[in-house]
Design a protein around this ligand. Structure first.
Ligand code: HEM
Length: 408
């Protein structure tokens, strides 16, 4: 399904299946109607009673930022009726004191300082091992070989899952995140993960271990511990929240570097550019372009009045290309002066795993650059299908065929 409009006599279309770039459409909307009474979703397959009757999309940075900050008016509670059906009542759908207390309990494990111990013991070895597996092959599809695999292996070690469960964990994670395309497989995976994680929690209640599940079992505020149900909801949320976003964002960054070989060479030579490249990758090709909120009361935003009870789609992908905030916003530039983007959202639900995501991506790039050289795109891998970034809400490359030489 396609939405189309016209700009200065030129057609501007948005392919809702995500087969073509949404950025020309986003740019047009930022310019003409940044607080738009409309929808970027194809609700035609959805039962009538579940369709939002009043939907708005925020395209500009200021509007998206304002709405994230004002979580009393722009509530995320409706997640209970969508992802909640699969994940349970998660931190994402909580607000006020419940969110504050719950977030405090889980945040400790994800602080930058708490993560430092994992870099030499887990993240570095996992990334090195993955690149070692391919470095002598001379070619690879980095999506298959690296970008999906490294966050999956890392999170399974950080959670403290037994090494022999990796295959099972990989399959269940893949099935769970494929829920938009295969609901049955997704629901089965959610049920299987429930039993699997419950068993892991019970083991730690008997004997505490030094891993994230152990941290969650031990976490306490004012004598209150997390219930099994809350821990399992949180663990299941980590798969779409932590795995899917990281694999997509690292693929996007590699795609952007590979299609800008002069910048890839620069980053390869000067590793101090890696942190800036990661932020620019997240801004330029935001892996999760939209999240949803619901208004609890009438509110004015960008000069428009939105009624209570409306669904608000916060288009972070568009906000991150807002030309009033970034010069040449449509250009990928790893040396761009730092200016906070909004790929990790903002306000109380701002991504809990952002330090982990940044660290994983930095370590993965270093492992790759330390082990292979002359890394370059293979434009024609013989399949007849070009490599490109696809998707509307979730975006990442369909594949990353590359060639390289091993570092001697
Ligand atoms: C580049 C990778 C990542 C991106 C782009 C990303 C993006 C986001 C966004 C946009 C939100 C807010 C969603 C909303 O408000 O509706 C969020 C929340 C969250 N993220 Fe991430 N994320 C990433 C990696 C991770 C990782 C690695 C983890 C953990 C392993 C994680 C765990 C979470 C959790 C638990 C929340 C909910 C926080 C709350 O509700 O207070 N994320 N993330």
């Amino acid at each position: 399904m396609t939405l189309s409009t016209e700009s200065d006599g030129h057609p501007v279309a948005l392919d809702l299946t995500g087969e073509t770039s949404p950025y020309p459409f986003f740019e047009y909307m930022r310019r003409t109607d940044p607080v738009w009474h409309g929808s970027l979703s194809d609700h035609s397959q959805m039962p009538e009673e579940l369709r939002p009757n009043d939907e708005w999309v925020l395209f500009g940075y200021d509007g998206v930022f304002q709405a994230f900050r004002d979580d009393r008016i722009f509530t995320s509670a409706e997640y209970d009726k969508s992802i909640g059906l699969v994940m349970g009542h998660t931190i994402l759908a909580m607000g006020g004191k419940e969110h504050h207390d719950h977030r405090n309990l889980v945040a400790k494990a994800f602080r930058a300082t708490a993560l430092e111990r994992w870099e030499p013991s887990v993240i570095g070895p996992v990334c090195d091992e993955l690149v070692d597996e391919i470095k002598n092959d001379g070619h690879a599809d980095l999506v298959k070989a690296v970008t999906f695999e490294f966050p999956t292996r890392i999170i399974s070690v950080l959670l403290g899952l037994p090494a022999e469960d990796l295959e099972l964990f990989r399959r269940l994670s893949l099935d769970l995140i494929s829920i938009p395309s295969d609901i049955v497989a997704g629901l089965n995976a959610a049920a299987e993960l429930q039993g699997y994680f419950l068993n892991q929690v019970e083991q730690r209640r008997r004997k505490l271990t030094d891993d994230i599940i152990g941290d969650l079992v031990a976490a306490e505020i004012d004598g209150e511990k997390l219930t099994d149900e809350a821990i399992i909801a949180f663990l299941r949320l980590l798969l779409p929240a932590g795995l899917e976003t990281t694999y997509r964002s690292s693929g996007n960054l590699l795609y952007s570097l590979l299609t800008h070989p002069e910048q890839l060479a620069m980053v390869y030579q000067d590793r101090s550019l890696i942190p800036g490249a990661i932020e620019e990758g997240l801004r330029f090709e935001t892996p999760l372009t939209m999240v949803m909120r619901t208004t609890t009361q009438e509110v004015e935003i960008g000069g428009k009045t939105i009624p209570a009870g409306a669904q608000i789609d916060m288009c972070m992908g568009s906000a991150n290309r807002d030309e009033s905030r970034w010069t040449d916003a449509n250009t990928f530039d790893v040396r761009r002066p730092r200016q906070a983007h909004i790929a990790f959202a903002g306000g109380i639900h701002m991504c809990l795993g952002m330090h982990l995501a940044r660290m994983e991506t930095r370590v993965m790039l270093n492992s790759l650059f330390d082990r292979v050289t002359d890394l370059a795109f293979v434009p024609d891998d013989g399949t007849g299908e070009e490599s490109r970034i696809v998707g509307l809400t979730f975006r990442s490359p369909n594949k990353l065929p590359v060639r390289f030489s091993p570092v001697a």
